[in-house]
Design a binder for this molecule. Structure first.
Ligand code: GTP
Ligand code: MG
Length: 194
């Protein structure tokens, strides 16, 4: 599935701009700066496909990428703190929530969580929204190259505790590093299986 070229389709700023719901899709959600765009680049092996940056709030549209003949990959704007004017942030957060709760063809939402921090309150708010919409979600820990040992165990334990409170959660957590390539093969296989 990831062997061919993945192409950018469009950036969406309102629900009526979504492409026709005629393909299965998976999306990457998470707090601003958690590494959503970087993960899409790492998964596809195309480093300039999605724009990543050190500034939280880099991705401000719902970005669609065409994966193989019948799937979309979707890069989402972040939630939580972002370096952008408040009305702008509020607009994309409304769009993000409408998308997560209302996209018929969304097969699975990957909820990215920084391996150093574990699930936070805002992550659980998104998980609750996904529960309500009956969208299966799976946690992907990002930036595992930045932590290990006890700290990683603690953040995993906190995240597992959070997942136990959410019926739409898929129990397996995937550990990844876009920087070092860890976990990418596992995640590609999960997407391909969907
Ligand atoms: P927004 O679009 O602002 O919501 O952010 P995002 O979640 O798309 O994050 P992005 O991919 O832009 O990455 C944010 C920062 O984290 C960048 O400086 C990346 O280089 C860095 N980063 C992402 N993944 C990793 C990783 O696995 N390891 C390390 N060390 N840094 C990473
Ligand atoms: Mg981004």
């Amino acid at each position: 599935l990831f062997a061919g070229q993945v192409e950018f389709l469009k950036g969406v700023v309102a629900m009526d701009g979504l492409p026709p719901a005629d393909r299965a899709e998976v999306c990457f959600a998470g707090r601003s700066n958690v590494g959503k765009s970087s993960l899409i680049n790492a998964l596809t092996g195309q480093n300039r496909l999605a724009r990543a940056s050190n500034t939280p709030g880099r991705t401000q549209e719902i970005n669609y990428f065409v994966l193989g003949p019948e799937h979309y990959l979707v890069d989402l704007p972040g939630y939580g703190f972002a370096e952008a004017p408040k009305p702008v942030v509020e607009k994309w957060q409304r769009l993000l929530k409408a998308y997560l709760a209302g996209r018929q063809t969304l097969r699975r939402a990957f909820v990215l969580i920084d391996a150093r921090h574990g699930a936070k309150k805002v992550d659980e708010e998104i998980m609750t929204l996904l529960d309500g919409a009956a969208v299966t979600f799976q946690v992907v820990m990002t930036k595992v190259d930045k932590t290990r040992g006890r700290a990683l165990e603690d953040s995993l334990a906190r995240t597992r505790e959070a997942l136990a409170r959410h019926p739409a959660a898929f129990p397996e957590i995937v550990l990844t590093s876009s920087e070092k390539g860890e976990g990418l093969e596992t995640l590609r296989a999960i997407v391909a299986d969907l």
